[in-house]
Design a protein around this ligand. Sequence first.
Ligand SMILES: Nc1ncnc2c1ncn2[C@@H]1O[C@H](COP(=O)(O)OP(=O)(O)OP(=O)(O)O)[C@@H](O)[C@H]1O
Ligand SMILES: [Mg+2]
Length: 308
Amino acid sequence: MIKYENVGMRYGQNVILKDITLTINNGELFVLVGPSGKTTLLRMINRLTAPTAGNVYLNEKCVKDYDLRELRLHMGYVLQSSSLFPNLTVGENIAIQLEQQGVNKNDRRKRAIELLDQVGLPASDFIDRHPDELSGGQQQRVAIARSMATQPQLILMDESFSALDPVLRAQQQDLLLNLHRQSRTTVVFVTHDMQEALRLGDRIAVINEGQLQQVGTPNEILEQPANQFVADFFATARPRLGTMTALLSSKLVQKTSATDQSVAVATVAELASLTPDAAGWLYFQYQGQDYRIQTTDLLHYLGHREDR
Ligand SMILES: Nc1ncnc2c1ncn2[C@@H]1O[C@H](COP(=O)(O)OP(=O)(O)OP(=O)(O)O)[C@@H](O)[C@H]1O
Ligand SMILES: [Mg+2]
């Protein structure tokens, strides 16, 4: 568990963060958004930045009381550009922290193979390549694999997918969601992309002018924005497709009993991404209830929203 307690940050006269109190639970995929201060907040967890007021706790212990090496050993950190070591192979990059831990060469390679497999890169093809022989998306996958090598309890991700084109970006988001579902590692994810925040976040924290505006599930943020700032901030992500509540009350949607075709969705954007081209019923689940909608009706509804 990560806890920010009355955290403040200033550089000279410049106040960056004011009185932030926030808890991130174990196993959460927690997203930080807002115009400014996100990276600063994230880096307080691995102590790359020290707050000028208040404290940050990891598992009830103040991060400044940890041995720095020990603190970071159990955290992965994935930046916007992959930051792999160019002179090391993919396998060596992934295993570098294991080497520091004294894990032998054979076991390191085994673990690298396992991790490459998890991030969808066949080890036989990739393990001995160098980073400059990989595409940006592949490098980012290796960076994610590296961040998981020591089975950290926590992974910090700062705009990790922002440099990727939309298709690759969506793939990496899927990858992260799958890995997170399997491992239940706590992930703190910084992004300036609202769609990404809504898609990934179990909960989202919105920061503006140094202050915490709201913490909530994607649904809460969309349906009950705490103030005008939050509403406006997500407006670009929202009005185009509307909220689930609006869609469900549109009479196009019918409740059904559970089917094995239903895919759980949290937002209209996610539902839209399921849309097949063919006509017919699209089954989905929202907050534990099963529904169906005619694909043509959904497309019509979405098209109508996009006109506005
Ligand atoms: N070492 C520093 N010295 C002075 N000011 C700093 C320092 N680091 C960050 N800042 C300032 O703190 C503010 C918040 O920076 P931060 O990197 O946390 O924002 P961010 O939300 O990550 O922004 P972005 O979306 O651009 O990455 C910025 O105004 C930045 O200029
Ligand atoms: Mg930043």
